[in-house]
Unconditional design. Structure first.
Length: 197
């Protein structure tokens, strides 16, 4: 029996890795993360877009490990504040400090009438040869004035989805996978990955 293809997720975020495993393992892929390896070079995310940053990460790790790599670059975009926090979402107020990031966002939106926002995900799968597959996903919503829900991370407790009348942090993992930007991008990836492979 042929061994299942292995994909390394270029992230050390346990929440993201869990979401990827839930979506891709049923397709027969073996999922590992960069936490399973020692020789990962430093990654300089100096791109100007989500796709550029995801590509930089994928390329660096695929070349270092000589295995196919899946990476994402995701972020929250709030048009009323010039698209902030955008590609700087994880380090908006401090490196991966969710609480500080949320507080800075609320402060920036203090006097805003327009609280519309969307989450964007760019997913890139890259083979060691440099062959690349790119898909995107978006979920639209609005930013609340205070957090709600316990089941999310990042900006999830502030991000309200009007059609569900809940924040992303009030959804179960299954519900979130169905509507989230990463879930939508992964659905597209599921449709094209086997053919591309």
């Amino acid at each position: 029996m042929a061994t299942k293809p292995e994909i390394v997720i270029a992230s050390s975020n346990p929440n993201k890795i869990r979401e990827f495993k839930e979506m891709l393992e049923p397709l027969g892929f073996t999922i590992k993360s960069i936490a399973d390896f020692d020789n990962i070079p430093a990654i300089d995310e100096n791109g100007k877009t989500f796709e550029e940053n995801a590509t930089i990460k994928a390329q660096t790790v695929a070349q270092a490990l000589q295995v196919p790599v899946l990476t994402d670059d995701s972020g929250l975009v709030v048009p009323a504040i010039n698209g902030e926090p955008g590609i700087y979402s994880a380090r908006y107020a401090g490196d991966h400090d969710d609480e500080a990031n949320n507080q800075k966002l609320l402060k920036r939106l203090q006097h805003a009438d327009d609280r519309n926002a969307y989450f964007h995900t760019s997913l890139v799968v890259m083979k060691p040869t440099g062959e690349k597959l790119h898909v995107t996903g978006i979920v639209s919503g609005e930013i609340l004035t205070e957090p709600r829900g316990e089941n999310g991370f990042g900006y999830d407790p502030l991000f309200y989805v009007p059609t569900l009348q809940k924040t992303l942090a009030e959804l179960t993992d299954d519900e979130k996978n169905q509507v989230s930007h990463r879930g939508r991008a992964l659905e597209k990836l599921q449709q094209v990955l086997n053919d591309w492979w």
